[in-house]
Design a protein around this ligand. Structure first.
Ligand code: SAM
Length: 279
């Protein structure tokens, strides 16, 4: 390990990875960010964190975690599945006394609302493992209760997933994820990150997406919205009277005031809500 320290007084991330033998595991979606300038840029997208509890999924060797702490986050709660990363994360927790809590666990089954149940607003910030990123986002967007436990989400995805999150009607990437995200949040792509920024480099470009919950989305039951979008986009090239046949077809469309010959990709979010409400 070199004697050099990074700007936060901890060893450089590459040294941390070497010292703890953190060879990246593909099955855990491990593509690490080792440049604190870049992780600081991601942390900045989350806004002022000084009064905020940050929930991070998959801290790995801690590059983004360190940036969030340097940015002044009041408290970071980080959930990591790979036990090999825990000693490296413990060193960060020691350095930033009381401000980092590391939990060994699976983010897919973690109760994040309960984890972050103090009075401070919550920001979710993560360079998500690509294999569970969409499932986690869908969980956070798809709860019964709204507004949710978090005030914002700043998340890194593969560019293709980011495009689906922010897609508008008529765009090729518009689908179930775009309807859910657009219904309940304002979402925007902040910037792209090239494969070379990661170790090891993934095959595709990534993007950081920032989402803030809408205080008053169009009233609509989330399970019904999920049902209509699943059927509508399940056969996206077909007319809706055909794709929606299992849930009422032409009669449902008539009740919602939507022409039965239209296709899923042309419907606005308000029209999907009308369909869910007519179900
Ligand atoms: N935050 C680090 C960074 O930016 O360098 C690592 C990001 S890496 C893309 C994804 C991280 O998520 C890995 O550390 C991996 O072990 C962890 N991970 C994968 N599946 C997980 C799960 N189900 N729950 C919690 N962490 C998980």
């Amino acid at each position: 390990m070199s004697d050099r320290l990074a700007i936060d007084g901890l060893p450089p991330l590459r040294d941390v990875v070497d010292a703890h033998g953190l060879a990246a595991r593909k099955a855990l979606g491990q593509n690490f960010l080792l440049d604190l300038n870049l992780t600081s840029k991601i942390a900045r997208q989350a806004g002022d964190l000084s009064n905020t509890t940050v929930v991070e999924v998959g801290p790995g060797p801690g590059g983004l975690t360190r940036a969030l702490l340097m940015a002044g986050a009041r408290h970071v709660i980080a959930v990591e599945r790979d036990a090999r990363c825990l000693p490296a994360l413990a060193a960060i927790a020691d350095h930033h006394r009381e401000r980092l809590t590391v939990i060994e666990g699976d983010a897919l089954t973690e109760d994040f609302a309960a984890l972050a149940a103090d009075d401070a607003p919550v920001a979710i910030v993560a360079n998500l493992p690509y294999n569970v990123g969409t499932a986690l986002l869908t969980n956070w967007l798809g709860g019964e209760d709204w507004p949710p436990f978090y005030a914002s989400m700043t998340l890194m995805f593969q560019r293709e997933v980011a495009e689906r999150i922010v897609a508008d009607p008529g765009e090729a990437a518009y689908g179930r994820l775009g309807v859910l995200a657009g219904w309940r949040t304002d979402a925007a792509i902040c910037f792209d990150v090239s494969p070379q920024a990661f170790w090891p480099p993934p095959k595709v470009t990534s993007s950081v997406v920032h989402l803030t919950p809408k205080s008053a989305p169009i009233p609509c039951d989330v399970a019904r919205l999920e049902t209509v979008t699943r059927h509508a986009f399940g056969q996206r090239r077909k007319m809706l009277r055909q794709s929606l046949r299992p849930v009422g077809g032409a009669a449902l469309l008539e009740r919602a005031g939507i022409d039965e010959t239209r296709r899923a990709e042309t419907l606005s979010i308000a029209e999907f809500c009308a369909l869910a409400n007519a179900l």
